[in-house]
Design a protein around this ligand. Structure first.
Ligand code: SDX
Length: 393
């Protein structure tokens, strides 16, 4: 027992992994992508430029950005046969279920011709993933509402293309609102990467065995789905709707504080941030801006969210536990205002986080020293004992 490490219910492995991609200071509420603060990127950059930064470590110059954008744009379509995978799902399947299945199936389409020992082919796989995830997420949405799939349009930018694939129908023209496109792009930037969160650790652990990157990303999507992780944005909006009006907030605050009640305030708290989640701050500004620009004044859900945040931040319980709104607290309000059903919130988180997952996978695979992952355990079971025949038990 001499080498037993102290038990951590959060299953924090004793062996931290090495990464140069994203840095979080939970006490300062700081989030840096390759050294650049998320607040500046959210204001001045755009999602595909952030993808380039996360993948290659530097902001691209004009020529590099044009080349990268061209490579992504040319791979937004999926193999026509992949459409068949959707039809195997019930119509009312959660889009995250279809995304796990279809992204895993990409292994059968793109992996066989892929040698992950070749850096160039790893880069090709990364770009295919970034290019195709929005198409697959939009297809999952269209399938769930019984509408025909809409092909990507290379003339549109990344975020506009995703919105067009979700909301256009063949029967009429659809022009993407630039306000929504900018808001979607900002949401994607804010969700792009976040150090060694549960789903990224899942991708790294799967990738450490040499599994193909498409299967690893499918594993990440499965992990993200949980309500304690990426599923929180859906759970948070559903909670805000259940609260309904500001006069019911105290009832839910009391439940969140009640040790015997499993209810937690969705969109509050974080494993790392014990100060404000900087993404929540940007998301809150974005929610105000988008709803204002869309002419949705006094959105009741937004009013409940703001009042809930105000009350919680003044409450001794939340202060003592250092619980602040996280990235999921406001994102659902914006996505709801855009017209997305709550079931699409986590798929949008997944397509945004794909660049973070694949950048971290590439970084790990390129590290010659990396070995297959194996989290430690603290054995608390029975010690050695001999077998007993059934008549002796
Ligand atoms: C994401 O890791 C990442 O980076 C994730 C993510 C990313 O970008 O990948 O940031 C995305 O997953 C954000 C988190 C989304 N989840 C939610 O909003 C769900 C609601 N929040 C929680 O379930 C919770 O806060 C967690 C899961 C996020 C963190 O859980 P922990 O690690 O148990 O929280 P903690 O150790 O900081 O909790 C300290 C205390 C505990 O009480 P005690 O056991 O000390 O008495 O605070 C309590 C918790 O019970 N607590 C809450 C609470 N969150 C923690 N109480 C009420 N409501 C909450 N939301």
């Amino acid at each position: 027992q001499a080498d037993v490490f102290t038990y951590d219910p959060g299953f924090t492995s004793t062996a931290a992994c090495k990464s140069a991609i994203t840095y979080i200071d939970g006490d300062k509420g700081e989030l840096l992508y390759r050294g650049y603060p998320i607040e500046q990127l959210a204001k001045d950059s755009h999602f595909l430029e952030v993808c380039y930064l996360l993948l290659f470590g530097e902001l691209p110059d004009k020529a590099q950005m044009e080349d990268f954008e061209g490579r992504v744009t040319r791979h937004t379509m999926v193999h026509e046969q992949m459409n068949n995978f959707f039809r195997g799902f019930r119509r009312d399947s959660h889009p995250m279920a279809t995304m796990v299945g279809v992204v895993g199936a990409m292994s059968a389409f793109y992996h066989d011709s892929l040698d992950i020992n070749d850096p160039w082919q790893r880069e090709v796989a990364a770009i295919r993933m970034i290019a195709k995830l929005p198409t697959i997420a939009a297809m999952a949405y269209k399938y769930s509402i019984g509408q025909p799939f809409v092909f990507p349009k290379n003339s549109l930018d990344y975020s506009s293309n995703f919105l067009h694939m979700c909301f256009a129908v063949p029967a009429e023209d659809y022009a993407v609102d630039p306000i929504l496109s900018k808001a979607m792009d900002r949401i994607m930037m804010l969700h792009a990467d976040h150090e060694q969160n549960a789903s990224t650790s899942t991708v790294r652990l799967a990738g450490s065995s040499g599994a193909n990157p498409f299967a690893c990303i499918a594993a990440g999507i499965a992990c993200l789905w949980g309500p304690a992780h990426g599923g929180a944005n859906q759970a948070c909006l559903e909670m805000l709707r259940e609260i309904g009006t500001v006069d019911r907030i105290p009832e839910f605050i009391a439940r969140a504080k009640d040790k015997d009640d499993p209810f937690r305030l969705m969109g509050f708290g974080h494993r790392v941030y014990k100060n404000f989640d900087p993404r929540a701050t940007v998301m809150k500004e974005s929610a105000d801006e988008v709803l204002e620009l869309m002419g949705i004044h006094n959105n009741p859900t937004l009013q409940v969210a703001k009042e809930l945040e105000r009350i919680a931040l003044e409450d001794d319980y939340f202060i003592s536990k250092k619980l602040y709104p996280n990235v999921d607290f406001y994102s659902g309000i914006i996505l709801d205002a855009m017209g997305f059903p709550t079931a699409m919130f986590t798929p949008i988180f997944a397509l945004s986080r794909t660049v973070g997952w694949i950048a971290q996978w590439r970084e790990m695979i390129a590290d010659e020293e990396q070995k297959i992952g194996r989290p430690r355990q603290l054995y608390v079971g029975e010690s050695y004992r001999d077998y007993k025949q059934v008549n002796d038990r």
